[in-house]
Design a protein. Structure first.
Ligand code: HEM
Length: 501
């Protein structure tokens, strides 16, 4: 009897195994036509990525120098196709069958709920269309006052470290950015720069733990996620973050209802009152029939907070490291800001377009130090990619870091030269050569907000402080993959008050 059961189990397994591979035969055939390293049974090329955070980034860079785009990599039973050639990126970023997010984004779903970043394509399309108007230029212009106010507090906070040697400027900028985001996304003041703010600690810790648990989703091992201590801690912290956002959502909804009952639309009541993204979303929800649930509103607000604040804080910090590394660039930015603002006038939205050199510096910073090393998309139908077919069932990984450092596109790629972004130079390149915010219909919805807030912060700070660093050059800034691309040894700079007696 026992023998029969064993034979039945083996036969069932064999039938399942053959069916499984038979269904995937097209995937195997197409993937085998692409370049890629030799694969080991069962684990594929997983060993390439079982490394330290810095090692992972090195492995990706090495793969891209050993092979041409697209490169195929197997991790367990999943095939990932790395792409960094601009013409191929253009195909993927604009194809309707590569708009979805693969299961590598599952941890982000836990973090953020179902917000724009992680939503499945059909719902994402509707949601993106609804949310898009909240990023219009007039709304963003209203936020510049907040950017300027919070940056002035940052100027004040930096007095603590001025003239006292090197420190990690990210710690200061991150607090400033969280202050700005809480005000503009939720309409709440958390004073992260001047008080010991719990919310900031939760977000900081979650982002720190996230890389330790991310890999659990890059394989069939998803089920163990909930048993890992870091994942358990992250879940507890997430609850606190979600409870905080939930309470703000409820409060703002009640406020909206109260105003309606008083028969005053928010606009009629006080057209000069600045509204946060959340307040705009509540209004859209009520007036367009979109009917966002509280949970959906929370997911969108949390998504803005997480997708927006660490990316801008890190890019601002890289920009200060770059200014510290290249004093002649720093001087030019300082002069431009002084010419436009004078010594004390707070930055206003109409000034931002005039910072043309600062804009080139930011673009060159994001080229050399793109905080998002890559973007992943699931392939739901075969897609022709020049001489290859990207098979349905694979994951396209758009490698922005290797793209931005490709010597064929960017000669002498580690030379920091903002003039690469002069219009006459930009026009010579493929438009998909520079993609820090990605591109196509699912690009970063917050890119204008990001550019405006970074310009406002840097202009406000550079006017008061001069930056230096013990990093000697770009190569010296060793990088690692830490959800975002971050320097192994921090964003090390020293600051000195300008005109200090
Ligand atoms: C330097 C700053 C920023 C960088 C480098 C950046 C980069 C990116 C990238 C690479 C993506 C992925 C796009 C894709 O899948 O193809 C993305 C998506 C997104 N970003 Fe940003 N981002 C920045 C700032 C912001 C800000 C300020 C906000 C919000 C206020 C924001 C909100 C989002 C959202 C909601 C998505 C998902 C869009 C969608 O799937 O429709 N980001 N961002």
């Amino acid at each position: 009897m026992f023998n029969i059961l064993v034979i039945a189990a083996i036969v069932t397994f064999l039938i399942w195994y053959i069916q499984y591979h038979w269904k995937r035969r097209k995937l195997y055939a197409m993937a085998s036509k692409m370049n890629g390293p030799l694969t080991l049974p069962f684990i594929g090329n997983a060993l390439y990525f079982v490394k330290s955070n810095a090692g992972i980034l090195q492995s990706i860079t090495q793969l891209c120098s050993d092979y041409k785009s697209p490169v195929r990599v197997w991790i367990g039973s999943k095939v990932y196709v790395g792409i960094w050639k601009p013409s191929q990126l253009e195909v993927i970023l604009n194809n309707p069958h590569t708009l979805g997010k693969p299961d590598t984004y599952e941890p982000a779903k836990l973090l953020l709920g179902n917000g724009l970043l992680t939503l499945d394509v059909p719902i994402w399309k509707l949601r993106r269309k609804t949310i898009m108007p909240t990023f219009n230029q007039n709304i963003l212009n209203d936020y510049v006052k907040v950017f300027a106010e919070k940056a002035e507090i940052l100027v004040d906070q930096l007095k603590k470290v001025a003239g006292k040697g090197e420190f990690n400027i990210y710690d200061y900028i991150n607090r400033c950015t969280l202050d700005t985001f809480c005000e503009t996304s939720m309409g709440v003041t958390i004073n992260a720069q001047t008080t010991d703010c719990e919310y900031m600690k939760w977000i900081g810790r979650i982002l720190k733990i996230a890389p330790n648990v991310l890999w659990l989703y890059i394989g069939p091992e998803n089920f163990i996620f909930h048993w890992i201590p870091d994942a358990i801690e992250a879940t507890k912290l997430l609850k606190k973050v979600h409870d905080f956002t939930d309470s703000v959502v409820k409060e703002k909804r009640l406020e909206y209802q109260r105003k309606l009952e008083e028969k005053q639309s928010l606009y009629q009541e006080d057209s000069t009152k600045r509204k946060s993204f959340l307040e705009h979303l509540i209004e859209l929800s009520e007036t367009t029939g979109e009917n966002f649930t509280d949970e959906e509103l929370r997911a969108e607000v949390d998504t803005f907070m997480v997708a927006g604040s660490d990316t801008t804080a890190s890019t601002d910090s890289y920009a200060f490291v770059a200014l510290a590394l290249f004093p002649e660039v720093q001087n030019k930015v300082y002069k431009e800001v002084l010419d436009i603002l004078g010594p004390d006038k707070p930055v206003e939205y109409k000034d931002l377009g005039k910072f043309v050199y600062l804009e080139r510096v930011l673009k060159e910073t994001m080229r050399i130090f793109p905080v998002a090393a890559g973007v992943a998309r699931s392939v739901t139908k075969d897609v022709k990619l020049e001489n290859y077919i990207l098979p349905s069932g694979s994951t396209a990984v758009l490698l922005l870091f290797p793209l931005h450092r490709d010597p064929e596109i960017w000669p002498d790629p580690l030379r920091f030269d903002p003039d690469r972004f002069l219009p006459d130079e930009s026009i010579k390149r493929h438009p998909y050569s520079w993609l820090p915010f990605s591109a196509g219909p699912r690009n970063c919805i917050g890119f204008k907000y990001g550019m405006m807030s970074m310009k406002a912060l840097i202009a406000t700070v550079i006017r008061k402080y001069e930056f230096s660093t013990t990093y000697k050059n770009v190569e010296d800034v060793e990088l690692q993959f830490d959800v975002m691309v971050k320097p192994v040894h921090g964003f090390k700079v020293s600051v000195k008050l300008r005109n200090a007696k």
